[in-house]
Design a binder for this molecule. Sequence first.
Ligand code: T1G
Length: 661
Amino acid sequence: MGEVTPIRFSETVSARLENGVLVVTIDNPPVNAASADMRSGLLAAIRHAGTEDAARAVVVTGAGKTFVGGADIKEFGQPGTEPILPEVVDAIEKCSKPVVAAINGPALGSGLEIALACHRRIASDTATLGLPEVKLGIVPGAGGTQRLPRLVGVAKAVELIAAGRSVAAGEALSLGIIDQVVAGNPAAGAVAAARDLASQPLRRTGELALPAEDPQVIDEAADKALSRARGRAAPAEAVRLVRRAGERSLAEGLADERATFLRLRDSDQAKALRHVFFAERAAAKVPGLEGVEPRMVQTIGVVGSGLMGSGIAVSALNAGYRVIVVEQNAEAAEKGFDRIAGLLDRAIKSGRIDAAGRAERLQRLSVGSDLEALAAADLVVEAVFDDLDVKTKLFEKLDKIVRPDAILATNTSYLDPDAIAAATSRPERICGLHFFSPAQVMRLVEVVRCAKTNPEVLATGIAVARRLGKLPIVCGVCEGFIGNRIFSAYRREAEFLVEDGAWPQEIDAAMEDYGFAMGPFAVFDLAGLEIAWARRKRQAATRDPSQRYVEIADRLCEMGRFGQKTGRGWYAYPDGKRTVDPEVTAVIEACRKAKGIAPRQVSSGEIVSRLLAAMAAEGDALLAEGIAERASDIDLVIINGYGFPAHRGGPMYVAKEGLRP
Ligand code: T1G
């Protein structure tokens, strides 16, 4: 080993000389973000290397498990501090000595931009690389849109940057983003590579010509990216910047990119998305769970293999768990197995897994009809028919089968999990894990803290949901938990609007223009109208007669119009296409008339404002009742479970900021 001389360039950046290579380490916990101090330290280190004769080459790496997690998002609302990142990145690329990035972990946003400016990139096999800026409502601000296409081509860069998709080290290597993947820490290999490069001409990414590409492939990638943007400004700007990378000089491209970045950074969309980013981090901190360690879970049991159960099972298989699925009888078990295998086949078709991945998953799966098999499970998720009697009987049995320390979770949507827990001898081991359909896709899981849930049980529910790649949001017990409670208020207000004079199709159009994936009536039809109908009938006896009640949906259900699956609901679906149905129009008109309501024109602004206000008011009630921990948790539930546009920040955020549609 050579001489080790530590040099400090700033609080977060230091270096040591190793065999003639200056190894620069960024140490800015928790994620080595590119803060003002980090930028000035890194710039000083590169300048030092340029003038220091003893240093023949440079390696840049991160301390801990991250390379660089991106710009410091906490600095975004504040005035900029010199040096700005483009200056640092420019100094790296122009450095007269070779600079090698030793990418020891996630290199995201600024982190990847720093790496792209280096002359060679070596990554650990655990690294992930990406430009996630559009998820924050911005575009990369330090060369990402100009350098990435020079390595991977315009079409691929459009696809990655406009979606903010990160790739694992293996994919990054095959795309040409990095030059080498190593097992473990890449620093030692990077030092050797840097020494070798000292005698060779430097490969500067910014000077590379763009790879030749079929223009049609570029157009297709751009069209696809734009079709997914749905009202968000950043993806369209990212597409524009990347496409123009080939038409003008690097300097012109960088200037445009920086100006676009600064403009977007101060936009309402970016502010809302930053709120969402910090909301997700806040949601991970659950009061009462400080210092509580989750239990070890290796085997997950799933009771029921319908739509929900099979989705949950696939999710668990994808996350590496052993999975035991139990059905009522052999025939149902066989069907359940087929459903799970079918979901895995779909994952192969879409390229998410390969045939070996499918086979490996199936090896970890058993499907049968004997509840006793669940004795081996560390956690059991129940996903059977949503009926209190069925569920309590099942829990009574499970309670006797599973180990005393095993956890029992119910996936109920509307029932009282405390009543289910009461059927067992150990109610403290019960929590709710409320998945959303399709469970293998949807990110939201409401983790329900029941009256007696033990903190360790709750912590385990959260940890498992997170390992499934989900966003767990903790909530208390009430009918419908956070999401469905707010969704009911949304439904009620949407029906008021119809009675007042707005047509379902006008309401859907207004909400879709606002950014929802689907308007409320399209969603009701998709989900089916019968569950809400049953609920209204249950509540009929106790309903306050002075409360406004809209009968239109009841009339539709009485006509057998239960939504898309019956071909008719709020709309008709000839050939599967959503169409306004005169029969529904007539029902609406008759109901208005019966109440003596003279319909009036309702503007799209009023539609959006009233629906958002109804959600926020219900959210306030949930906070007051202590069902939701914080307003930002409610925003996350509605964004991730109900299609609320993330770039609007969520109903509670909109209300707090006083934003207008
Ligand atoms: N800035 C500030 N704080 C950050 C941060 C960031 N970029 N990333 C994470 N944190 C905080 C987070 O709030 C939490 O804090 C703690 O770090 C641990 O995070 C010019 C414009 C890097 C993969 O979008 O994806 O670069 O809550 O729990 O699971 O083009 O964090 O503990 O107080 O998530 O180990 C683009 C976002 C910026 C990356 C680590 N970068 N971060 O995951 O830890 S824009 C991102 C992540 C940009 C340039 C631009 C992940 C991670 P606290 P964590 P983790």
